[in-house]
Ligand binder design. Structure first.
Ligand SMILES: [Zn+2]
Length: 134
């Protein structure tokens, strides 16, 4: 077998671990980066929500959430801080819970229960299914 094929086989073996009854499935998805949102448009939306004038610093970087699940491509994704996500830090898988950001940069797929931290910049995404500890 040529070296390239071995590398590909090894890659896959490392990136996608088999899912047993008592383990989380962990996989990776290609980098995509979060969509950058315009500052003025964001100020308008935030001001409308808060019903008061909100000004962001000129250097504020505003990013949106992902529109698809990196594990199954579903568009049925929610923010990790959404009210319907009620699992505690002790229950959430450590690859989905960040010690500093908690669930603020995390997203969850309603269809396959995958969870992941969505990096602002294009970096490889690591997802865990289900997003809680099994
Ligand atoms: Zn999914």
């Amino acid at each position: 077998m040529p070296l390239g094929a071995w590398v590909r086989v090894l890659d896959r073996a490392i990136l996608v671990m088999p899912m047993g009854d008592h383990e989380n499935e962990v996989g990776t998805a290609p980098p995509r980066g979060r969509p950058k949102l315009g500052r003025q448009d964001t100020e308008r939306r935030l001001s409308s929500l808060a019903k008061t004038q909100i000004k962001l610093p000129a250097n504020a970087a505003v990013t949106g959430g992902p529109s698809t699940c990196p594990a199954c491509a579903s568009t049925n994704v929610i923010w990790g801080c959404a009210e319907e996500q009620t699992r505690t830090r002790e229950e959430v898988h450590p690859l989905v819970w960040d010690d500093e950001q908690w669930m603020a940069d995390s997203f969850i797929c309603r269809d396959c229960q995958a969870g992941w931290i969505e990096p602002d910049e294009p970096e490889t995404i690591t997802w865990v299914r289900p997003y809680w500890k099994v």
